[in-house]
Design a protein. Structure first.
Length: 258
């Protein structure tokens, strides 16, 4: 899934407080003496102004962002295509937690099958700060062979380990044009997002909506691929489709709240 290599001085960290968020806007401070971002700006993380440290006290226990609610026990089932091949994806917000950088994250299990055969299983780690931003702290990924045995863990990373840093998957208060990093481990996990629309129309087997959140996602590691994702309030991700690159899409076919 998914994808902050920025260090900066304590003064820059303090300047971020002006944002009213753990992450700052595109006008991020580039040095200790740079001007602080405008009040009320929300996360991009695209510039050097990314917190060098994470404060567990800035996080809350539950992920309740309406665009990406993770109530334990909830299950999302998706169906689609991966490079033209039929794919199913079952995502479950588990009751398990994992402490990363002192923050208690929610463990989300993501199970992908291709042509009915299990192909990949991933545990993703999410936490929400007190401003509603949903942070992504890493993943443990296993690629599986036809016998269900692990063949690779490529793409796995954990914030705070080997230079990896957390990122924001979904901002607490999205607005059109907002840009941010979703994760960072140089050469492995470098996903970005941009908010494209707050009133997008979307129709999938489970739900139809006229005011969906639509984002663009990309990574410099795969410049030939660009995805669009659609989120519906109270449900979460309902559609993902490649708008550039190999034919890939997923649509929500069922959802059960925990």
């Amino acid at each position: 899934m998914k994808s902050i290599d920025r260090l900066f001085l304590r003064k820059a960290i303090l300047a971020l407080a002006v944002c009213g968020s753990l992450i700052c806007g595109t006008a991020a401070a580039t040095s200790a003496g740079a001007a602080a971002p405008a009040a009320g700006s929300i996360p991009s993380g695209a510039g050097p102004g990314w917190p060098a440290t994470i404060s567990p006290g800035d996080f809350v226990r539950e992920v309740t962002n309406p665009w990406f609610p993770l109530k334990p026990g909830s299950t999302w089932r998706y169906r689609g295509l991966k490079e033209g091949t039929k794919t199913t994806d079952v995502v479950t917000a588990t009751h398990r937690t994992k402490k990363i950088l002192g923050v208690v994250t929610t463990v989300v299990r993501d199970f992908v099958s291709v042509k009915g055969r299990p192909e990949e299983v991933t545990d993703d780690f999410y936490a929400q700060d007190r401003h509603g931003n949903v942070w992504y702290f890493g993943e443990e990924t296993e690629e599986l062979n036809a016998q269900g045995k692990t063949t690779s863990t490529e793409g796995s990373f954990e914030a705070g380990v080997a230079g990896a840093r957390p990122g924001v998957l979904i901002p607490g208060h999205p607005r059109v044009g907002l840009v941010g990093r979703q994760e960072f481990l140089k050469g492995e996990a470098e996903d970005h997002f941009r908010v494209l629309d707050l009133e997008a129309s979307v129709s999938v087997p489970f739900v139809s909506a006229r005011k969906a959140l639509r984002t663009k996602e990309w990574t410099p590691l795969e410049p030939a691929t660009v995805d669009n994702k659609y989120y519906v309030r109270g449900v979460g991700t309902v559609r993902e489709i490649a708008v550039k690159g190999p034919v890939e899409k997923l649509e929500l076919v069922s959802y059960r709240a925990g």
